[in-house]
Design a protein around this ligand. Structure first.
Ligand code: COA
Ligand code: NAP
Length: 297
C-alpha cells in the first residue's frame, strides 16, 4: 500500500482524495487574516495600496504610512471600504522618530503587528552624470534607509514568534540598469537587509522576505520609467509573458508569503515579474532613454 505523509495528514492508498481535500481545506484557512494587523509603509498608492487592500479584504486591520496627509486619508477611506478597520500616518520614512511614533501608535490601536511591509520608494530616470549627490542620496535614503527605519522601529511591535516582514524590492536590485544607478544601489541594499535579518531574526519566529515586482501597469513607477504608450508597449513586449503585471499579481503573492502557507520561506527574494528579470531588460532603458524630456529636470 502506498502511504504518503503531508503535514499532519496521511494519504493512504485507499482514499487519497479524501486526505488531500482535508489538508487543502485546513491550510486554505491560513489566508484568513481576521484579527491580524498589517502595517504598510508607502501603502497609500499603487502596488503597496493594492497589497494593503488585499490584506484588508482578507480581514486584517491595516495601518498605512506615507508623507502626504491627503493620500493617507484617501487610502484609509478605501481600506475601510474593503471591510476592515484602518488607520494612517503622515510621516517620511527617512525620519526614524516619525516612523517609530507611527508604529507605536498602530501597536497601541491594533496590538501586535503580524505583517510588516516596507514599500515606500522614490525613483526618477537619470544617468549618473545627470543626478546630483543629493538626487542619488534621496532615493537611497527613501528606499534603503527607509526600509531600515521601518524594520528597525517595527521589530519592537512585531508578534514574536509568528510575524512576517515583506520588503518591496525591484528588478534593478539584480539587473544593472542604465539611468537607475540610485535605485539599483538602493534595492540591492534592501535585498541584502532581507537576507541579513532573515538570519538575525529567524530564531525569533520572524520571517523576512522580499517581493520583486516586474513592470506593473498603471503605477507611478511605470509612468516614470516608460512615460509614453510606445515605451509601455516596448516594456510589455520585453516581458517573456508579453504583458505587464497587475497590482493584483503582486498582492496575491504577498497574501501567501505573509501567511503560514509560506511558513518555511525566509530570506527569499521572490520575483513577481513574468520572467522579466531573466531577459536582462537593462538594455531596454537605453532604448527608452530618448523618451525622457530631460535627464536632470
Ligand atoms: N533628474 C535628476 N535629478 C532629480 C530628478 C530628475 N528627474 N528629480 C529629482 N531630482 C533631484 C533633485 O534635483 C534634488 O537634488 P538637488 O537638491 O541636488 O537639486 C534631489 O533629487 C531631491 O529632490 P527633491 O524633490 O527635493 O526630493 P524629495 O525628497 O522631495 O522627493 C523624489 C524624492 C525625487 C524621489 C521624488 O520623485 C518622490 O517623492 N518620489 C516618490 C514617488 C515615486 O518616485 N514613485 C515611484 C516609486 S518606484
Ligand atoms: P507609488 O504609487 O509612487 O508608491 C510609493 C509610495 O511610497 C506612495 O505611497 C508614497 O506616498 C510613498 N512614499 C514615497 N516616498 C516616501 C517617503 N519618503 N516617506 C514615506 N512614504 C513615501 O509607486 P509604485 O510604482 O506603486 O511602487 C511601489 C513599490 O513597488 C516601490 O517600492 C517600488 O520600488 C516597487 N516597484 C514598482 C514597480 C512598478 O512597476 N511600479 C516595479 C518594481 C518595483 P507619498 O507620496 O504620500 O509619500
Amino acid at each position: 500500500m502506498v502511504r504518503v505523509l503531508i503535514g499532519d495528514f496521511q494519504l493512504s492508498g485507499g482514499d487519497p482524495a479524501r486526505g488531500v481535500k482535508q489538508w487543502v481545506a485546513t491550510y486554505m484557512k491560513d489566508l484568513d487574516y481576521h484579527g491580524k494587523t498589517v502595517f504598510v509603509s508607502g501603502g497609500t498608492s499603487g502596488i503597496n495600496l493594492g497589497i494593503a487592500e488585499a490584506f484588508s479584504a482578507a480581514g486584517a486591520n491595516l495601518a498605512v504610512l506615507s508623507r502626504s496627509q491627503e493620500k493617507v486619508d484617501a487610502a484609509v477611506a478605501r481600506l475601510k471600504d474593503c471591510g476592515s478597520d484602518a488607520i494612517g500616518f503622515s510621516a517620511d520614512v527617512r525620519d526614524f522618530a516619525g516612523v517609530e511614533a507611527s508604529l507605536k501608535e498602530a501597536h497601541k490601536v491594533f496590538g501586535e503587528i503580524d505583517v510588516l511591509i516596507s514599500g515606500a520608494a522614490g525613483n526618477f530616470p537619470a544617468p549618473v552624470l545627470g543626478m546630483s549627490a543629493n538626487g542619488f542620496k534621496s532615493v537611497v535614503d527613501i528606499d534603503l534607509l527607509g526600509t531600515f527605519n521601518v524594520l528597525r522601529a517595527g521589530h519592537a511591535y512585531l508578534k514574536k514568534p509568528g510575524s512576517a516582514i515583506i520588503n518591496i524590492s525591484a528588478p534593478q536590485a539584480y539587473v544593472a540598469t542604465p539611468l537607475q544607478a540610485h535605485v539599483c544601489a538602493a534595492k540591492a541594499g534592501v535585498d541584502m537587509l532581507t537576507r541579513v535579518l532573515a538570519l538575525e531574526w529567524g530564531d525569533q519566529g520572524i520571517r523576512v522576505n522580499s517581493i520583486v515586482p516586474g513592470p506593473i501597469a498603471g503605477t507611478e513607477g511605470m509612468a516614470r520609467l516608460a512615460p509614453s504608450e510606445t515605451a509601455q508597449a516596448a516594456v510589455a513586449e520585453s516581458v517573456p509573458m508579453k504583458r505587464m503585471g497587475s497590482v493584483d499579481d503582486v498582492a496575491k503573492v504577498a497574501l501567501v508569503l505573509a501567511s503560514p502557507l509560506a511558513g518555511f520561506i525566509n530570506g527569499a527574494v521572490v520575483p513577481v515579474d513574468g520572467g522579466w528579470s531573466l531577459t536582462g531588460f537593462g538594455a531596454l532603458m537605453n532604448t527608452l532613454a530618448g523618451q525622457f524630456v530631460s535627464s536632470s529636470r
